[in-house]
Design a binder for this molecule. Structure first.
Ligand code: GLC
Length: 511
């Protein structure tokens, strides 16, 4: 492995020019399976707008390589456990002025389809090896590669796929400060002891205060235990995961690291999600011309084969079909809900086969009221955001959630379970909040079908009985500002805190 010749000194830099390497296993549109991809592309872009030299590193999935602008090989590395050399490709993000490095290790990453699973939905058998390799390459770059002529002052890892990088860097003298973001604590990167022994991690890291988690190897613990700062993507989720109910077995650790752990709400990219400029919708609109929105409803109904009607109360859902998302709650209330013939539901979703089938079955039973598209489709997602009246997010837990924030901007009133980032972004339609013109949506407290149903009825009553009140509610949502700038500034502060911590640790060592 090559090493940096210089021992760069880290000062607590002013944000201007701060060199940050953001590591993620996905970034939109290079590769996307979930919200992480949106954040991994838009946060570094926002950081660059604030004057920071942020760059992104991802595995070189074929789809990502195809979309990289101006790709150039930078260097080749010999890595343990890897027969062929690993190439680093440098280029630019397809849509932004953002430098991107791709880790090209064909044996590990040149696979079409999902980055984590094979075509049948099973995890790739060598995921531990693949993401350990990714982490090892990150650590090499983090120490400064002469061929790259660039060394980050901060390494910002995201989710379990990058967790081991902080662990492997902990004792490296010229390492950058490390920040680790948890986008979803339920995905931890757990592998058995035999895998740990096989992949050649230092034996000393197998301990309760290291990577071991109930006799298994935990990638995410690497990020949590060994990073200078750890955060998650909303303040409420940061509080929730410190409790046994939401902590997925890691609540004790998250309590223990105290002030090193915080919550920063995600921003959204209003260049992509803005009904006033959205090229993917047929009728553009804004809060001053809210009445035009209905054209998108009529289009949506046509696209999903539903009768076109301005009066229909159209509910929308977009998302992965996993238990977290609470789609079973929607399924449970449909028979009752659809007794009102003017209620319609439109869904774009993919995931667990049983839930996909249940959605298709119920859509076949109510062809005039339910439209379902199985799969993830960005264009249809925009159509739903623009065309529905109410956007449903009954998630059992939700670290941040982005679709409810998109919905706010599109005047599609979010109706959400009071949890995580949903609780932090939607203001409930209590009589008081409505009267003050502050309400932006509906929240329900228990993740139970009856609570969801009651809240949908409450929304429907307002929609039918008080069109002016409804317009006010929806347009108040449209004025909320969740752009990245404020959140990116909080990340800059987090980087500064991590650098300060790193510096004081260095001083303690040299004293
Ligand atoms: C994950 C979380 C989601 C969050 C996204 C981006 O997908 O489940 O709540 O918005 O990451 O941070």
């Amino acid at each position: 492995m090559e090493q940096s010749p210089s021992s760069s000194s880290f000062s607590v830099a002013t944000p201007q020019g701060l060199r940050v390497l953001v590591a993620s296993s996905e970034a939109h549109p290079l590769i996307k399976t979930g919200g992480l991809a949106d954040v991994a592309a838009s946060l570094p872009t926002a950081l660059r707008q604030l004057g920071c030299d942020a760059r992104l590193i991802l595995p070189a999935y074929p789809r990502a390589v195809r979309q990289l602008r101006e790709p150039k090989p930078v260097c080749e590395l010999r890595m343990p456990g890897c027969r062929a050399n690993v190439r680093i490709l440098a280029g630019l993000h397809p849509d932004h002025d953002l430098p991107v490095y791709l880790v090209d290790a064909p044996e590990s990453f040149t696979r079409e389809g999902n980055p984590y699973t094979d075509l049948s939905g099973r995890d790739w058998g060598d995921n531990a090896e693949r993401f350990l390799l990714f982490c090892r390459v990150i650590t090499v770059i983090a120490q400064g590669l002469p061929a790259m002529n660039w060394q980050p002052e901060v390494l910002h890892g995201n989710d379990w796929q990058t967790g081991l990088a902080s662990a492997l860097l902990q004792d490296v003298p010229n390492r950058p400060a490390t920040v680790f973001t948890i986008h979803n604590l339920a995905y931890q990167g757990l592998f058995d002891r035999a895998t740990y022994d096989r992949i050649g991690l230092p034996p000393a890291l197998w301990s309760l205060s290291g990577l071991e988690f109930h006799q298994r190897l935990s990638f995410i613990k690497g990020g949590i235990v060994f990073s200078d700062r750890v955060n998650t993507v909303s303040p409420t989720y940061a509080a929730e995961v410190r409790t046994p109910r939401f902590g997925c077995g890691l609540d004790g650790l998250l309590r223990q690291i105290g002030g090193r752990f915080s919550g920063i709400l995600n921003g959204i990219d209003y260049q992509v999600w803005n009904p006033d400029r959205d090229p993917l919708i047929s009728q553009r609109y804004n809060r001053d011309h809210f009445g035009l929105k209905v054209e998108n409803k009529l289009d949506l109904q046509r696209e999903f084969g539903l009768p076109r009607s301005e009066d229909a109360f159209v509910l929308g859902y977009i998302g992965r079909l996993v238990e977290q998302k609470g789609v079973d709650l929607i399924l449970a209330v449909l028979p009752e809900l659809l007794r009102d013939p003017r209620v319609q539901l439109v869904v774009v979703a993919a995931g667990e086969r049983l839930t996909e089938q249940a959605l298709l079955d119920i859509a076949a039973k109510y062809p005039r009221q339910i439209g379902v598209f199985i799969g993830y489709d960005e264009t249809r997602a925009h159509h739903i955001e623009a065309g529905c009246d109410v956007f449903l997010m009954p998630s059992r837990f939700e670290p941040c959630g982005l679709n409810q924030i998109y919905s706010l901007r599109y005047g599609s009133v979010p109706l959400v379970h009071r949890t995580g980032g949903l609780a932090d972004t939607v203001i409930n339609s209590t009589p008081d909040m409505l009267a003050q013109g502050k309400a932006t949506g509906f929240l329900f407290d228990e993740a139970q079908p009856q609570a969801l149903l009651n809240t949908i009825w409450q929304a429907l009553r307002l929609y039918r009985d008080d069109p002016e009140g409804w317009r006010r509610l929806a347009t108040t949502g449209m004025t909320q500002d969740f752009s990245w700038e404020a959140s990116a500034r909080q990340y800059l502060q987090l980087y500064a805190d991590a650098l300060a911590e790193r510096q004081s640790a260095n001083q303690a060592v040299s004293a």
